[in-house]
Design a protein around this ligand. Structure first.
Ligand code: AP5
Ligand code: MG
Length: 214
């Protein structure tokens, strides 16, 4: 079963995708992670994407669509995948439909993580990520065991550039204007499933797991 997980910034897409990878063997395709890796490697694509990401703006559609196309085409083994952070607007969603058709693939369920705006800011401001392996923490709700060091690999954990308060505000606005309309898009396709995104990470994973069995 191929999945698409979407929801506002900080709703827990990355956290729940990591659990789906660990517990159910999914391939995680996150457009945000792909961009961050390109930035880390200082590729031309990364340097271009950074100018948008640091402001909380969307990276231009064609660049993003080409990037995801490449990853989907490389998944020759046909491993079940979870798309996180893509599509981000109707144009990307239509491009994804065309691409899936060409590759003879389909999305079986679209999972929407529902979290009110007032909770999102707190989650984002307190988020810390490992510089090396990308593991995600939160200073209050899921801190590292040793302050500033990743539990998994021991590298330094840092704050994402776009997790600064003014950028967060813009990301939330961009989400509401561009990405929220995808709810109706996927309702019309009969794929939309809303998941309550409040509670512990484990509780939310159990809700997702239940939804996958239905
Ligand atoms: P991206 O990396 O996709 O960021 P995002 O959508 O803003 O989402 P986040 O990664 O911030 O949040 P999340 O939902 O993954 O939450 P997480 O699990 O980490 O995109 C970044 C940028 O790249 C975009 O702004 C754009 O510029 C560009 N981009 C990406 N895709 C693009 C596209 N398709 N088109 C154009 N541009 C694109 O959790 C957040 C925090 O909450 C963590 O600290 C976590 O520990 C904590 N937490 C998780 N679950 C819980 C819980 N249940 N209770 C309490 N805290 C929790
Ligand atoms: Mg994420």
């Amino acid at each position: 079963m191929n999945l698409l997980i979407f929801g506002p910034p900080g709703s827990g897409k990355g956290t729940q995708s990591a659990l789906l990878v660990e517990k159910l063997g999914y391939l995680h395709i996150s457009s945000g992670d792909l961009f961050r890796s390109a930035i880390k490697n200082q590729t031309a694509l990364g340097l271009r994407a950074k100018t948008f990401i640091d402001k909380g703006e969307l990276v231009p559609d064609q660049v993003t669509i080409d990037l995801v196309r490449e990853v989907l085409e490389q998944n020759q083994s046909g491993k079940q995948f979870i798309l996180d952070g893509f599509p981000r607007n109707i144009k990307q969603a239509e491009a994804l439909n065309d691409l899936l058709k060409k590759l003879n693939l389909k999305i079986d369920k679209v999972l929407f993580l529902e979290v009110p705006r007032e909770n999102l800011k707190r989650r984002l401001v307190g988020r810390r990520v490992c510089k090396n392996c990308g593991a995600t923490y939160h200073v209050d709700t899921s801190p590292t065991k040793i302050s500033g060091k990743c539990d998994r690999c021991g590298f330094e954990v840092i704050q994402r550039n776009d997790d600064k308060e003014d950028v967060i505000e813009n990301r939330l606005n961009v989400y509401e204007a561009s990405t929220e309309p995808l709810k109706d898009f996927y309702k019309r396709m009969g794929l939309f499933h809303s998941i309550n995104g409040l509670g512990t990470e484990k509780e939310i994973f159990e809700r997702i797991h239940l939804e996958l069995k239905n």
